[in-house]
Design a protein around this ligand. Structure first.
Ligand code: ADP
Length: 334
């Protein structure tokens, strides 16, 4: 009868809702940190021994190519621990000093959202950093992967962890200065856990220090970097704004026809939410970005403020975002 049918329908609906609720609680707002490095924090000093006496470096397995060399998977012979070895070409004393700065910075950072350093080896032509290894690929690949639809809630979880990592760095008085999706690694393909890598440009904050950069990827540069003005904690927060914009839309907020146009867009702080990709995005996320992509350094949110912003902290909002995803999924499958 109609009454029974209605009752069944209602029960089904309720069961579905319960499952959705459960999914929400277990997965969607999983705000636990990623697993820590599989070793205690170590104060690494550079050794001059042969690295191959202690580690097997898998030359075939290239994890990535960077500005200065290659990153390979490697195994510590004595423990079987799987690690990543970043081989950096450094011949002159000056080049070696730069890499030692990277080591010094990593030695000071102990946080689950920041890749940890395990050992370092120096030879005549190179320095090798042995560090915690993660397996999930670059966050950048998730942005461009057609098969992997990033939801707004996924982005919340990613950005919150990047903010946590930045908050720790800034608390230790260290600037990253090279934050971009290529330098955020996923811990695995199943979860939304990430860690920040590449401390090659990172340095201790000095109140009156300017920064010279090579203009490899101008899309992520903050106005003060282009203008060769003082860099500071808000310089990293600008980059966080660019990353958030990219994760939400798949678009690069300042990208022009060529580098020159990109640089001009950044200096004019010319960006908007006009693109169609932003139609379905929450007002809170737009407010979040608007408080980071601010030309004047002193008006940008700090890492601690960003963590308190409703977009990252309001659970009722996250619940709504989750249901929005759930509903649109139903629409598609019907
Ligand atoms: P560079 O400073 O030369 O740009 P990165 O530190 O950015 O080098 O590393 C280059 C690439 O190698 C990264 O984008 C990433 O794909 C890979 N990679 C770096 N570190 C790790 C790691 N700890 N675990 C897994 N892959 C890594």
């Amino acid at each position: 009868s109609r009454v029974e049918e209605d009752k069944e329908l209602k029960e089904e609906e309720e069961a579905g809702l319960e499952a959705a609720e459960l999914h929400f609680l277990i997965f969607s707002t999983d705000s636990s940190p990623p697993p820590p490095a599989p070793f205690e924090q170590r104060l690494v000093t550079t050794k001059t021994h042969q690295i191959t006496s202690y580690y097997s470096i898998n030359k075939e397995e290239v994890l990535g190519g960077g500005r200065f060399g290659m990153v390979h998977k490697c195994v510590e012979k004595s423990s079987g621990l799987v690690l990543a070895a970043k081989i950096i070409k450094a011949r002159s004393q000056k080049e070696k000093e730069v890499v030692k700065c990277e080591i010094e910075v990593m030695n000071q950072l102990n946080h689950a959202n920041l890749i940890q350093l395990y050992a370092a080896f120096e030879s005549r032509h190179e320095i090798i950093l042995v560090m915690e290894y993660v397996d999930g690929g670059e966050l950048f690949d998730r942005i461009i992967d057609e098969n992997y639809k990033l939801t707004e809630l996924d982005t919340v979880l990613f950005i919150r962890q990047i903010s946590e990592g930045l908050q720790h760095m800034h608390k230790m008085y260290i600037l990253h200065l090279d934050l971009k999706p290529e330098n955020i690694l996923c811990v695995s393909r199943q979860t939304n856990k990430v860690k920040i890598i590449d401390f090659g440009l990172a340095r201790r904050y000095k109140p009156r220090e300017k920064l010279r950069v090579n203009f490899g990827t101008p899309e992520f540069l903050a106005p003060e970097v282009i203008n060769y003005e003082f860099v500071s904690f808000p310089t990293d927060m600008w980059s966080l704004g660019v990353i958030t914009y990219m994760l939400l839309s798949g678009l690069s907020p300042f990208l022009g026809e060529d580098d020159n146009e990109t640089l001009n867009n950044i200096l004019a702080c010319q960006w908007s939410f006009e693109e169609a990709e932003f139609v379905d995005i929450s007002e809170e996320s737009k407010d979040f970005i608007s408080r980071l992509l601010v030309k004047s350094k002193s008006w940008r949110m700090s890492a601690s403020q960003s963590l308190k912003h409703p977009w990252l902290s309001d659970r009722a909002l996250h619940y709504r975002l989750h249901h929005k995803v759930h509903n649109s999924f139903e629409l598609v499958t019907k």
